[in-house]
Design a binder for this molecule. Structure first.
Ligand code: ZN
Length: 358
């Protein structure tokens, strides 16, 4: 056991129960986990960031992209300091022990053509907190940091991805997979899928996207023209994201009924019942959010998921129910049930009922 004090966060009023059930439970077994500061997960922090310290991100009319990138990269330390403070005051209890954290903030621009067809190209911030049990910050963090910077500068005109963008993004994915202790079989499958997607987008090319934008009058027209381009290259737009593969692999389970037809009360009752016993094996392959096993029956992933559970049972059994509920949430999120606020209410309910033993 490595993390101590996580049970102090097991209260119904703690706003981020999924972090305890996922990242902190995982840290008992995995060397490093990451909390991404996304707009959906932490809307209140992101607005505080915007109000207090976000550097102006829009391009000045005459400013070349590389100068804007340099200007933003000059603010990295401030942005990291801002979120590091939030991390230890609002999210993690200072009583927690057994791991260290490092903040990584990087300006980025959307590198996907499917976003490019309707996005403005102003840079945004990607902010990630790495939690690790090693004494020294892991070496991969350096690789991740430089891959992020390189991919920002590799965009053509500050907008369109190039072959070098693809390489840097794949480098970042590989370094993260190693750092997070993901099984090789799943990493290879994911890299292959990401590379194939990039290849199709690069084959369509920036010129074609620009001419579609010029030809079409409405956004809907651009989107449907883009969809036709993808279809012609054998990559339907529905298959751009890896979730669609997972959905197909899980289809035989007919899980859809749980979240499409049930009320929140029914879901809560289902969660309360299910977390009392070990879950079916495939749930353990989804041991953390944002990880995609090469198959829900991947032995190596299931082994990690079960090892986390058995470690918790021995050392921190008050977390087991929440961990199981988080596994369910991870699977349902892959299937398109991604209402984070509802997930949080379900997890808080599991905390409340497992504490009172009802
Ligand atoms: Zn695998």
């Amino acid at each position: 056991m490595t993390v101590r004090g996580a049970d102090t966060l097991l209260t119904e009023s703690y706003p981020y129960p999924e972090l305890v059930g996922d990242q902190l439970c995982n840290l008992h077994v995995r060397p490093c986990v990451m909390i991404p500061f996304s707009e959906t997960a932490f809307p209140e922090w992101i607005s505080a960031f915007r109000a207090e310290c976000e550097p102006p991100r829009r391009l000045r009319p005459t400013e070349p992209a590389s100068e804007a990138n340099n200007r933003l990269r000059g603010h990295v330390d401030d942005v990291e300091a801002f979120f590091a403070e939030y991390l230890w005051t609002a999210v993690l209890d200072p009583e927690l022990e057994g791991f260290a954290t490092e903040l990584l903030a990087a300006p980025y621009r959307d590198t996907t053509f499917e976003s490019a067809i309707h996005a403005d190209f102003s840079p945004r911030w990607k902010i990630e907190a790495y939690l690790f049990t090693a004494e020294e910050p892991p070496a991969e963090l350096k690789t991740i940091r430089s891959a992020k910077a390189e991919s920002l500068y590799s965009l053509r005109d500050g907008m369109y991805p190039t072959e070098r963008t693809k390489e840097q993004i794949l480098t970042e994915i590989r370094a993260k997979s190693e750092l997070f202790g993901y099984p090789d079989c799943c990493t290879e499958q994911f890299l292959e899928e990401r590379a194939a997607r990039f290849d199709v987008l690069l084959e369509i090319g920036a010129e074609r996207i620009e001419s579609l934008q010029a030809e079409c009058e409405t956004r809907a027209q651009v989107q449907s023209a883009f969809k036709a381009e993808l279809d012609a290259r054998g990559l339907p737009v529905e298959d751009l994201n890896v979730e669609s593969r997972i959905i197909k692999q899980l289809e035989y389970l007919n899980l859809g009924q749980y979240f499409e037809e049930w009320s929140e009360d029914e879901l809560a009752a289902f969660y309360r019942r299910k977390v009392r016993e070990p879950l079916p094996d495939f749930f353990y392959a989804f041991f953390t959010a944002d990880f995609y096993p090469h198959h829900p029956r991947c032995d190596a992933s299931i082994e990690i998921g079960k090892r986390i559970e058995s470690t918790l049972e021995q050392s921190d059994s008050s977390l087991v129910a929440l961990y199981r509920a988080t596994l369910m949430t991870n699977v349902f999120s892959c299937l398109g049930f991604d209402d984070l606020q509802l997930h949080r209410r379900l997890l808080s309910d599991v905390i409340a009922t497992s504490r009172t033993g009802t």
